[in-house]
Design a protein around this ligand. Structure first.
Ligand SMILES: CC(C)(COP(=O)(O)OP(=O)(O)OC[C@H]1O[C@@H](n2cnc3c(N)ncnc32)[C@H](O)[C@@H]1OP(=O)(O)O)[C@@H](O)C(=O)NCCC(=O)NCCS
Length: 162
């Protein structure tokens, strides 16, 4: 499966395509939109997949605190879905969190079952640290959040669920 695509760190020229990909799904209400400025600011968070130079998938690992990071902006173009790209991108983010020594990774998602395959479990959004809520005030959906919090404890996991 993974021989069909390669995961790379995003570069500055990828930013408009990352925004387009995320905006398409955001327009369908499936994820949050990200302003260009925010993607530039957090570019080093992003990993991407290209198909002949065209960006077809992305994901970001955003560090929140010494023990907490978020997987955000995980998106796979429709034609590339159901081929393991999303799972692999999420795994790369988790491996990076692990290598950085981060204990807990969370995501806010409408696809909790996708993350549960990776060993995440659903959590009470209110149980997440206040730092997370700081971002919520900027969300266009606030206060009517329709996302589910999922969380994984990395130190307690000897190897990521396959
Ligand atoms: C959620 C999303 C990232 C998943 O990406 P994906 O590349 O399709 O994910 P995968 O292929 O790794 O896994 C998706 C499903 O296909 C299955 N699958 C994986 N490899 C497969 C293969 N070779 N053949 C058939 N199915 C496969 C997985 O088991 C999984 O099953 P599920 O639908 O029951 O969860 C993608 O649908 C997407 O971009 N959605 C819109 C944005 C979004 O919701 N983002 C997530 C939260 S922020």
């Amino acid at each position: 499966m993974s021989e069909h695509f390669r995961i790379e760190k995003a570069t500055i020229g990828d930013v408009p395509q990352i925004q387009d990909l995320v905006s398409n799904f955001a327009g369908l209400g499936e994820m949050l939109p990200r302003p260009l400025a925010e993607i530039y600011e957090h570019l080093r968070d992003f990993v991407i997949v290209r198909d002949r130079g065209r960006l077809v998938a992305c994901a970001a690992l955003h560090i929140m605190w010494d023990d907490l990071a978020e997987i955000r902006s995980l998106a796979v173009e429709e034609d590339w879905q159901e081929q393991g790209v999303g799972i692999l991108l999420a795994r790369v983010c988790l491996e990076e969190a692990r290598s950085l020594g981060i204990a807990t990774v969370f995501a806010l998602t409408q696809r909790p079952s996708f993350f549960e395959k990776l060993g995440f479990h659903q959590a009470d959004m209110m149980a997440l640290p206040r730092k997370v809520w700081g971002e919520c005030f900027r969300c266009p959906k606030f206060p009517g959040c329709d996302e589910i919090a999922v969380i994984i404890e990395l130190r307690a996991t000897s190897s990521l669920k396959r």
